[in-house]
Structure formats: C-alpha cells, structure tokens
Write a protein that binds this ligand. Structure first.
Ligand code: AMP
Ligand code: ZN
Length: 275
C-alpha cells in the first residue's frame, strides 16, 4: 500500500513537472499529515531521481495557545527530513489573530486563509524560491469541487489542478503533489514511516469542522471502487472548461505592501489595518 501511494505521488510529480532541475521549493508545513507527506515524498523523489533541487520548510506560527505544541511537531518533521525550516510568527508581522477575529464578521477560517495565501507566496519568493508545495489533497479538491459546483462558483474550479503556474512576477508557482492521494492515504503514509503529526481537529476555531462532505465521498467509494481517484482525474481534465468564464481580473500591486492583489489594498494589509 505504501509503495502504491508513493507511486501515485511520484507519477503526479513527473507528469505535471512539479519538480525540475534548479528549483528551490518551499514546503508549507502545518504540522499535519498531509504537508508531512508532501515533504517526505518530495525528498525521496528528488533523491531517487538525482534532481538538483533545494527543499526548505516554512511554518506560520499563529501565536495562539496551541501554537508552540504545533511548532514542536513541525520542527521534528523538518529534523527527520534534514531540511532547514523557516518559522514566521504572526505577532512579529503586527497581526494578532485573536483580536482580528473579534473585530470582523468574517469566519476565522477565511481570515486564516487570507493570511496563509499571502505568506505562502511572499516568504518563499523573498527567500529566492520559485515554487511552494502545499498539502491540499485529493479529498479536499473533490469536496471543494462539489461545494463550489453547488454554489455555481465555477471560477474557483479552474484552479483545481496539481500545478498553478505563476501569472505575475511576484507570484510563485503552486504545486500540489497530493492531487491524487487523499486523507486515508496520507494517514497511512505517515503511520508506516513513523512520522509524527498533529491530530485532526487541533485547530481551536474549527474543532468540529463539518466532515459531512468527506463522509459522503467515502460512502460513495464504498459502493463505487476508485470513485475518488476517478473523480480527481475528471476534475483535472475539466478545469480548462472553467477558465476565463468571467472577464479577467487584472493583477495589481498592493498600494501599501506591493504584494500582488486584485484590489487596491490587499487582504492582508486590510487585516493589519484592523489590528
Ligand atoms: P488547510 O487550509 O489548513 O487545509 O491547509 C492547507 C495547506 O496549507 C496545508 O496542507 C499546508 O501545506 C499549508 N498550511 C496550513 N497551515 C499552515 C501553517 N500554519 N504554516 C504553514 N503552512 C500551512
Ligand atoms: Zn498589502
């Protein structure tokens, strides 16, 4: 089973050219099983194929009660993989997560998303990386697909693919090596290799995050073998139909920080103004 999982990840990396010579890739490590799987799979692929590619980890410490515990686990993963780790403390950037969520009607998940997307682009780019690897997995993409499709949010679906090439000099390429492996597979990967990871539900803001959609897709798979894998393949083949549905939004540079954004002031700076 472990070999099958690795082979699927390696096939994805090869087919979509996720790793190339002279790449410098940052792996966004949350402490969870998915990003840990990305780290160890990328490392093995690079070593096996003798690729001239530098791998580094980055972790955003949200400076909450649980953050120290999470950081320790990320540090253990990085040590085991023998990679350097960049840690970003939100407080050092003038962001107090707990204060911000009190001041806005937006959900903690959406605030967290703004922060992560911003830093997962800015930090690696400033440190000379050309790619960022995340642990978004096959199950996540299938669930996002159903949710977005039901809400007629077709534009987002165009981004559901293993690689999003940079479209702007300040945007780095995003890679998702787990596009064809899901939660079950990543759990098995980490357990078989003895990699410690944070338990699901550790986030204090979403401990009871709805698992409904994940249950639905696993239930379908009980009746239809390989449902998730087939679905992921179909999503990847259909994304092009969802591209350019609406008029292209121009990528601007934030008036305050200079980072790429579609608005005058980026989402991250707006949060900082709130703090
Ligand atoms: P999530 O949005 O929490 O499902 O996370 C998606 C991906 O973002 C993870 O698989 C990681 O690659 C990355 N990520 C999430 N949280 C962090 C964090 N605190 N620091 C660095 N990367 C993160
Ligand atoms: Zn900004």
């Amino acid at each position: 089973m472990l070999e099958r999982i690795k082979s699927r990840i390696f096939k994805t990396i090869k087919k979509h050219k996720l790793v190339e010579n002279r790449d410098k890739i940052f792996v966004a490590l949350s402490g969870g099983k998915d990003s840990a799987t990305v780290l160890f799979a990328l490392k093995e692929y690079i070593e096996k194929n003798n690729i001239n590619c530098e791998l580094k980890g980055m972790h955003i410490n949200f400076c909450l009660n649980i953050s120290e515990k999470i950081q320790k686990i990320v540090e253990k993963q990085a040590k085991l993989a023998e990679i350097e780790l960049e840690i970003i403390y939100l407080k050092d950037l003038g962001i107090e997560f707990q204060n911000i969520i009190k001041k806005t009607a937006r959900s903690p998940c959406s605030i967290c998303g703004v922060i992560k997307r911003y830093l997962m682009n800015k930090i690696p780019r400033e440190k000379g990386a050309n790619k960022i690897a995340t642990g978004h997995n096959m199950d996540d993409f299938i669930v996002f697909f159903f949710k977005n499709f039901l809400n007629k949010n077709f534009e987002w679906i165009s981004k559901f693919k293993p690689k999003i090439e940079s479209e702007h000099k300040k945007l780095i390429t995003k890679i998702r090596p787990l596009f064809y492996v899901g939660n079950k597979e990543c759990e098995l990967f980490c357990k078989e290799l003895g990699i410690e990871y944070t338990p699901p539900g550790i986030c204090p803001y979403t401990p009871f995050k709805s698992k409904k959609w994940y249950e639905i897709i696993y239930n379908i798979e009980k009746l239809h073998k390989e449902f998730r894998y087939q679905m992921a393949k179909s999503i990847a083949s259909s994304t092009r139909f969802f591209e350019n549905l609406y008029s292209e939004k121009e990528i601007l540079e934030c008036k305050l920080c200079g980072e790429p954004t579609e608005q005058e002031i980026c989402g991250f700076c707006k949060l900082k103004l709130m703090a």
